[in-house]
Every structure is written in C-alpha cells, then in structure tokens.
Design a protein around this ligand. Structure first.
Ligand SMILES: *[C@@H]1O[C@H](CO)[C@@H](O)[C@H](O)[C@H]1NC(C)=O
Ligand SMILES: *[C@@H]1O[C@H](CO)[C@@H](O)[C@H](O)[C@H]1NC(C)=O
Length: 477
C-alpha cells in the first residue's frame, strides 16, 4: 500500500502506567521521538506530570504534556496518583481509577487537533488498543520490562481466555514449559506471595496477567527496552511465542543521561555531591529499593546491620511508608545512625539516583531490581547486589544473575527472610574482596552495552524507522 504522511511528521501519543518505573522510560522514549522531529503528546495525571524531569528546551515545542485528572475513588487518598503514593496492597484500587481514564482519553484521541498516528501504551491500559483502533490509530505496546520477563509471562491468548497454567503461588515458581533451554526464569515463593495476596484483595479489578494479555495481543508491534545483543535467547523465544504477525522490536536501553544544569529534580544534589567527593573512587555502595514496596521492620533491621557489619561506606535512600504515621528513621536499629556516622549516609525521600550512580566514588548498587534501576546502575558500570521485592523484580534478578551482572542476597523461599551476615558478605565481595574482581570487571563491560549513547542510538534509530514506515496512511494536504 502506498503511504503518504503529512509532511512526514508523526504525532505519537504516549500513555504510561502510573508508576515512576514506567513514567520515566516513557518520558525518555518521548524525547527520543521528539529528537527525530516528531511530535509527542505525553498523557498522565497532574501530579505525575509534575514529577517528570524537565524537557530539554530544544524539544519543548515538540513534547506536549497533557494532564488528565485521575477520577476519585473512596479509599484512595485524594493526592494518590502513582504507585509510590499508596501501600502495595492498594495498587489495585489505583488501577481501578486508572481504568476510569478511558473516557477522557477517548475524548482526547477523538478530538485532538492533529490526529495521532501512533498510540504507545503500557501493559495496564488493556482497554486502550480497541479505542485507538476505532480512530484508525496504530497501536504499540511498550514494555518497560525485559524480554526475559515477557517471555516468562508468555503468549497472550491463554492470559486472556483464562487458560494460563498458573493459578496458585507454586505455579509461578515453575519455569514455563515453553522455555526450550535450561533456565531458572521463575519467581521465588515469597516474591509472588505478595502479588497474589494483593490481587485477591479486590477480585473485581482486572488482574495484571489479563492486562498483559490484551496489551500484547491487541498491539501491532511490541517495543522492548532492551537489546537483542543483551538477551538474544529471550528475544528469539518471544518472536516464536508471539508469531510472525507481531514484530518484537528492541528500542535499546535509553541510557541514563545527566543534564549539565542542576535543576529542582536534583534536590539535595549539592550536599550529596560534597559527601561523595570525600570518598575514595569505587568505594561507596548505593542502596535504594524503589518506590513501590516498603521494607518490613525485619528487612530494614537486617539490611541496616548488614551494612554496618560490612564496613563499607554507603549511601542509603529510604522513604517513609505511605499512609504510615511512623518515620522510617524510628524503625532503624537503635543507635545505628550514630554508629555509622561519617561512613554511611541515610537519606530520607527522593534522591537524584542517576547523578549519584554517575559519581566516581560509587562502585556498587544494592537494588530492588526494577528494570529502570538496573539499567541505570549498569549504565555506569556499577556492580549490582540483587535484592528483588515485588512485581517483575524477581525475574530481573534471575536475568541479572544468569548474565553475571551481580550477586543476589540469598533469601528463604517461604518467607523471604535473609540475614545481616549475608548482606555484609555480599557487600564486601562486590566492593572490596579479590574474589569479586570478575564481577567488577563484568560490570564495567556492561557499561558499554547499557550506557553507550551511540550504540543505543543506533538501536533507537531502527525503532523510529519502524514508527515512520508503519504509521497509518494519510491523505496529503
Ligand atoms: C487476539 O487478537 C486477534 C487479532 O486482533 C483476535 O482475532 C483474537 O481474537 C485475539 N485473541 C484473544 C484471545 O482475544
Ligand atoms: C474492591 O472494589 C470495590 C468496588 O470498587 C470497592 O467497593 C471495595 O471497597 C474494594 N475492596 C477493597 C478491599 O479494596
């Protein structure tokens, strides 16, 4: 079919799930699209729009930030607009509110002055592809998850029609039979238990696996934040699972980027930078466990005492649990902050993670294994200590471990418990001990894959070509 585009400029609508680990990659992807001269409507709710980094001035005319107020629900706090604002078990409620954005979003797609060519959506908005199809807009599912993770989730049809083999927690600990090679790509019992408990608390909200099923099946293409070079076996498997009609296209890692100018997004950077400047090169372990799950009292205690035992300098980002009256500082072991003074920093609230990871004094990253965080750590060649909590994180930890990118803190499968000694041992291994040298070398190598702009731009160029070549035909004006 002959295709003609209005001046060759595309209008792309971006619609991420309401979580930082999704908003940020969708935002980076928007910049990439705008850099090629296409226009982007980035749609989210008001508070999430405010949380985004600044748009670089040369792109600001091409990226339109669109705020849709989040419908209010009983039991959902008034200012709750992202997964970081609610306890983990209230996230289904947040999804219910998110689903109610269908109407305003439909209005936007139908009334937009310049008709969108593409909608790039997230797994959570399973209702969006049919709406876009009605308006003759092309549909892409953008996975901020790895190819390995999608391969574990599997082909879409069984997820939609209720035929998926996973019905109880144990099922999720099995490597799916469609994985044709040796692998341990599956959840541990404690990782999936939280997820299943959350789902059972409100059965009337569409389960995530069903959302994935529709998001994949109703798309014309699946874009993945990864590369064939990094996980060829999983990309190959995905292409088999989805079949010939569904292109699976890597977009690269969207490597972390640092603006020259420190802006309000970098709150506290000046002070943090001063402290890091005083530390030795590669000596500091950075600890951040993400914005979704909160540490239990026991987890917090063992982590703290493990860091203390390790003797390593550390920078630990903690946040107060949402809807809790207790400060996380009160939960730390008695006298901990005083004992580690000078050597360790406990930082409350938001921290400029990319800047911290980019500092030469940082050598390791103890991470919850959100895909975005792992990419940011590897993009700077930091050794990872893998400490998955919820969602896809367990699968990312398996992937990281298999690829030799880090070491995982051993936990008891049933309850997820772990010891301070294992934390101290792994921190020393990753940071100082001779036996950890191969890990450090491997992490440095990964910087080339995850952090190299040119390499990733080449992958991104192919993604842009795909958008340009496959947009719906238009009448020329
Ligand atoms: C998947 O999508 C195809 C094409 O749109 C459709 O024919 C099929 O019914 C869908 N499968 C399910 C299980 O919904
Ligand atoms: C589940 O959803 C229903 C309908 O919105 C709501 O009334 C109920 O309070 C929710 N239950 C929980 C436990 O959140």
């Amino acid at each position: 079919m002959e295709k003609e585009k209005k001046n060759g400029v595309l209008h792309v609508v971006m619609f991420p799930w309401l979580a930082m680990g999704h908003l940020i990659p969708f935002f980076h992807l928007s910049k990439l699209i705008a850099q090629k001269g296409h226009s982007v409507s980035f749609i989210s709710t008001p508070r999430n729009i405010l949380r985004l980094p600044k748009i670089p001035p040369h792109l600001s005319s091409l990226i339109n930030l669109v705020s849709l107020p989040l419908p209010r629900l009983d039991n959902l706090p008034n200012d709750a607009e992202s997964s970081t604002d609610v306890p983990y078990n209230k996230q289904q409620l947040l999804k219910r509110a998110f689903d109610m954005l269908e109407l305003p979003l439909t209005d936007f797609l139908g009334s937009s002055e310049s008709k969108p060519d593409w909608v790039i959506y997230d797994y959570a908005s399973h209702w969006l592809p049919p709406v876009a199809a009605r308006f003759d807009i092309s549909r892409a599912f953008f996975s901020s998850f790895s190819a390995a993770c999608l391969a574990y989730i599997g082909p879409p049809a069984p997820l939609i029609n209720g035929q998926d083999f996973r019905t109880n927690a144990e099922d999720f600990t099995l490597v799916p039979e469609w994985v044709p090679f040796e692998s341990d790509m599956a959840y541990r019992l404690h990782e999936i238990a939280k997820y299943l408990q959350r789902s059972s608390e409100n059965e009337s909200v569409t389960p995530d696996m069903v959302r994935f099923g529709f998001a994949i099946n109703e798309s014309e293409v699946v874009f993945i934040r990864s590369s064939d070079e990094f996980e060829p076996e999983w990309f190959n498997l995905l292409r088999e699972l989805y079949g010939k009609g569904k292109p699976v296209v890597p977009i690269g890692f969207l490597p972390p980027q640092i603006n020259e100018q420190v802006d309000e997004f970098d709150t506290n950077w000046v002070g943090i930078n001063e402290w890091l400047d005083k530390q030795r090169v590669n000596s500091v372990i950075y600890i951040a466990v993400g914005t979704e799950a909160t540490l239990s009292q026991e987890e917090l205690t063992e982590l703290a005492l493990g860091l203390e035992l390790s003797g390593a300098p550390f920078f630990w980002v903690l946040r107060n649990p949402p809807e809790s009256t207790q400060s996380v500082f009160e939960m730390l072991p008695h006298g901990f902050v005083e004992r580690v003074e000078g050597r360790g920093v406990v930082h409350l609230g938001w921290a400029p993670q990319v800047r911290i990871l980019s500092h030469d004094s940082v050598g390791g990253f103890l991470t919850h294994c959100g895909w975005n965080s792992m990419i940011e750590g590897l993009g700077f060649g930091r050794v990872l200590i893998l400490f998955p909590m919820v969602n896809d994180q367990g699968l990312n930890a398996r992937l990281g471990n298999n690829k030799g990118l880090g070491v995982e803190i051993p936990r008891i499968a049933q309850d997820g418990s772990f010891t301070r000694d294992s934390v101290a041992k792994l921190v020393r291994l990753a940071m100082v001990e001779d036996s950890g040298e191969s890990l450090r070398i491997r992490a440095k190598e990964m910087k080339g894959l995850f952090g190299d702009r040119n390499r990733n731009n080449q992958i991104a160029d192919e993604f842009i070509c795909f958008l340009e070549d496959n947009s719906p035909p238009r009448l020329t004006i």
